[in-house]
Write a protein that binds this ligand. Sequence first.
Ligand code: 0O2
Length: 201
Amino acid sequence: MDKEINNILLKYDYALEILKVEISYLIKEYELKHNYNPVEHIKTRIKTIDSITNKLNKKGYELNLENIQKYIHDVIGIRIICSFLSDVYDIVNLIKNFKHIIVVEEKNYIINPKNSGYTSYHLIIKMPIYLNNSIEHIEAEIQIRTVAMDFWASLDHKIQYKFSSFIPEEVKKEMYNYAVDIKNLDCKMLELNKMMTKYKE
Ligand code: 0O2
């Protein structure tokens, strides 16, 4: 069992390396074409076995190979942090048009924020990996968001998201209000950038 799980984690690791290179290439190509880089930075991570186990337990399943593949869609994750709101949508389209991967699910938490206030654009994708004697398809989650959204989500992660006990209503409310502030700020920054782009022309 341990060996089986280590084997699948090895494949996820391999897939993440490929995905990182492919996404970086796409962005560099975009930058060359538009003479503009829409991305501030990229983060990647592989879920730990503890985190996979917790997520499976929350969904009511035990840890085994089949359940990981069936119910955990974000063992590997890439987060693309963009400058402006419009950049998020440009990157989403760039990835959706990329022929090497298939988008299996799309979640626009910018239009439909989560109850916590969380905003981001998620794509669950499937990508091929070429093994010794076979081709396998591995799932990954790509989160695309602005720097402002990332600031909120990173601090929320520390303040309340991963806290399993009781969270006071006041904290939830405040965090939600800050998410609204962040959204307003993103819109204002976008307008300012549009204005300056015209001015520079
Ligand atoms: P971690 O440690 O950040 O990876 P599904 O994947 O569809 O079965 P899930 O996981 O509920 O169901 O999908 P969802 O909610 O679309 O996306 C999950 C990921 O989004 C989370 O992964 C977080 O990274 C992020 N996320 C969602 N809601 C919040 C939120 O309220 N606050 C913060 N900070 N992040 C959020 P994990 O695995 O839960 O955690």
